[in-house]
Write a protein that binds this ligand. Structure first.
Ligand SMILES: Nc1nc2c(ncn2[C@@H]2O[C@H](COP(=O)(O)OP(=O)(O)OP(=O)(O)O)[C@@H](O)[C@H]2O)c(=O)[nH]1
Length: 600
């Protein structure tokens, strides 16, 4: 295949604007997937993605397009996630491309993530092809949205195709534009191998599979390769592409996007963002990796069954291969035993990782309430970075605490500006700016504490604006805040995994709300359990969980032992995601109670 007939591109869009649906249509039109195999959102291969209807992982497929000029073109299509938590995955897939198809919902117009993704594409020097989707909707206003794209992004929309990814209308024109408007890869096939590792996964039979974009040179079986950052060397066993089925090829040439397997058993040898070259004829410099993303949210993950600590450790290492932004290190909790402190890009990311660990690795986990990283300045002049409230030094040793702030840009219809300002104020936001986008919409700029954003800001924003607002945010710096640690006591005992760091003025309300919530969540047990919230040893809220004597065996009058066993097993089943702390059984929801509380 001639290099000038290759096109490597991504589809970028705000969440729900129709990327995955457009990808489905493109796969259909290029006969990549036979009709009988076609199911909706075929690139969303994880069960989790299908169930939630969102794209989490990027996915790369090769397809052949017979263009109207009579030639065949090889497309490598890389699907990307749209949620703000996964922008890291987006920037990785973009580094493997030369162009991007920008999908904008013709009824909703440009949204916060549309802009964020366009900036990422521009950072990677990609050619951008705007496309207007959902023109079948009665509320679609393609002309208005085109003008918006021209004004806000500066992209020429005179040729922008108006499509319905759902019905397939005009999708063929998008394919033609990909051929004529997006560039072919630039590399040199005769140069030394330079391949970017943009993703990887662990296969229990074949070891680590690396997904690569070949920027220069070629790679084939028996080649001796070196991972430039880690120095690890291997002999290639197989190379190939996904269509989306795995297809083995004799070699991958410059411009191709595919996978390489080399019996790599050591997970640490492969890093996403690294460059692969050949041992015998190495390239001089590594390719640009990507911006390292730092986790913003931390929580503890503990196996319900302590004996499965090593399994959890192995599962995290394997998952990290496929999720480069995940961080973890061992930690212990008095209440929960041995586990790991894990870092995530956001709450959705945290949720997804936890669920993947449970499903793909068959683990039962307890996750503690999420926390941001605080900078704690001690009276002795030193500074500690604390991502676990339980690790906060005693109050008398603390001079002051700083917390991370983000600069949030919220695009919102004019009618909801007042409501959003109200929400930002409640969440300790500082007003920065209010810009007019057009006759209907405004862009609000606020600085907000990250800890307030990660909790329920997203959901609240949706309900305050009937779903019409969109949000993008970036870390902006650390600021001093009046923060205190709030402990929770069950049965008179501090449960370290339930401690949180809260804004002082909110402490009484949160303490109250938290104890009431815990009272509802923790099942009644054989004895009365006092639930208390305390700050620095002072109790600020208290309630009781009444005792209950529930004997599941009461109904079986002696005799039938198998029935007794069944009942006991059933009861055990129900307890799966509970952890016995001292004499109290605490269910998983208790650790997340802090997320779903109303302060008012
Ligand atoms: N009416 C109409 N609905 C569409 C069209 N394209 C997509 N949709 C619907 O819009 C919703 C979102 O589409 P997706 O393709 O999942 O959106 P996405 O951008 O891939 O979303 P993420 O993968 O979560 O980032 C789905 O319910 C689609 O059926 C269209 O052309 N017309």
């Amino acid at each position: 295949m001639d290099q000038k007939n290759i096109r490597n591109f991504s589809i970028i869009a705000h969440i729900d604007h129709g990327k995955s649906t457009l990808a489905d249509r493109i796969l259909e039109l290029t006969d990549t997937v036979e009709k009988r195999e076609m199911k909706d959102q075929i690139l969303d291969s994880m069960d989790l993605e299908r169930e939630r209807g969102i794209t989490i992982k990027l996915n790369a497929v090769q397809l052949i397009y017979h263009a109207k000029d009579g030639q065949d073109y090889v497309f490598h299509l890389i699907d990307t996630p749209g949620h703000v938590d996964f922008s890291y995955e987006v920037s990785r897939s973009l580094a493997a491309c030369d162009g991007a198809v920008l999908v904008v919902d013709a009824a909703q117009g440009v949204q916060a993530q549309t802009l964020a993704n366009v900036y990422l594409a521009l950072e990677n020097d990609l050619e951008i092809l705007p496309v207007l989707n959902k023109v079948d909707l009665p509320s679609a206003q393609p002309d208005v949205v085109k003008e918006e794209i021209e004004n806000l992004i500066g992209l020429d929309c005179s040729d922008a195709v108006e499509i319905s990814a759902k019905s397939g209308l005009h999708v063929d024109q998008v394919l033609e534009q990909i051929v004529h408007k997006l560039p072919a890869p630039k590399g040199n096939n005769d140069a030394p191998l330079q391949a970017l590792v943009f993703d990887s996964l662990y296969d229990s039979y074949r070891g680590v599979i690396a997904f690569i974009s070949v920027k220069n040179g070629t790679i084939k079986p028996k080649d001796k390769i070196r991972f430039m950052a880690t120095g690890a060397e291997y002999e290639v066993i197989d190379v190939g592409v996904r269509t989306p089925k795995e297809v083995i090829k004799s070699e991958l040439v410059t411009g191709e996007v595919g996978w390489v397997s080399a019996a790599i058993k050591n997970i640490e040898d492969v890093r996403v963002g690294d460059t692969i070259t050949k041992v015998e004829q190495p390239c001089e410099v590594a390719l640009h990796g990507y911006r390292e993303m730092n986790p913003m949210v931390y929580c503890g993950l503990y196996p319900v069954d302590n004996a499965r600590y090593d399994d959890l450790k192995e599962a995290l290492s394997k998952l990290k291969l496929n999720d480069a932004s995940l961080r973890f290190e061992p930690e212990t909790s008095q209440a929960l035993g041995f586990g790991f402190r894990c870092g995530f890009l956001g709450l959705l990311h945290m949720d997804v990782v936890e669920e993947r660990l449970e499903r793909e690795y068959n683990l039962d986990l307890i996750a503690t309430s999420p926390s941001v990283i605080y900078h704690v300045y001690k009276t002795d002049g030193t500074m500690l970075e604390i991502d676990n409230p339980a690790a906060l030094p005693p109050t008398q040793n603390i001079d002051h605490i700083e917390e991370p702030y983000v600069r949030a840009e919220i695009m919102v219809p004019k009618d909801y500006v007042g409501a959003m300002m109200d929400l930002c104020q409640k969440k300790r936001g500082e007003y920065i700016d209010l810009q007019v986008i057009d006759d209907l919409r405004m862009n609000m700029v606020y600085e907000l504490p990250l800890s307030e954003i990660i909790y329920d800001f997203f959901d609240k924003m949706k309900s305050y604006t009937k779903g019409y607002a969109s949000l993008d945010y970036h870390f902006s710096g650390y600021k001093t805040s009046a923060l205190v640690k709030m402990d929770i006591l069950l049965n008179g005992q501090i449960i370290d995994a339930l401690s949180t760091i809260v804004f002082k003025d909110f402490a009484y309300n949160r303490g109250n709300a938290m104890t009431i919530k815990l009272k509802d969540i923790i099942p009644k047990q054989q004895f009365e359990i006092p639930v208390q919230a305390a700050i620095g040893g002072k109790i600020i809220a208290r309630t009781n969980i009444k005792a209950l004597r529930k004997n599941v065996l009461a109904k079986c009058y002696g005799g039938d032992i198998s029935r007794k066993k069944k009942l006991l097993e059933k009861q055990k089943e129900g307890k799966k995601r509970m952890k016995k702390v001292g004499s109290v059984e605490i269910p998983q929801e208790a650790f997340m109670a802090v997320l779903s509380m109303d302060d008012q």
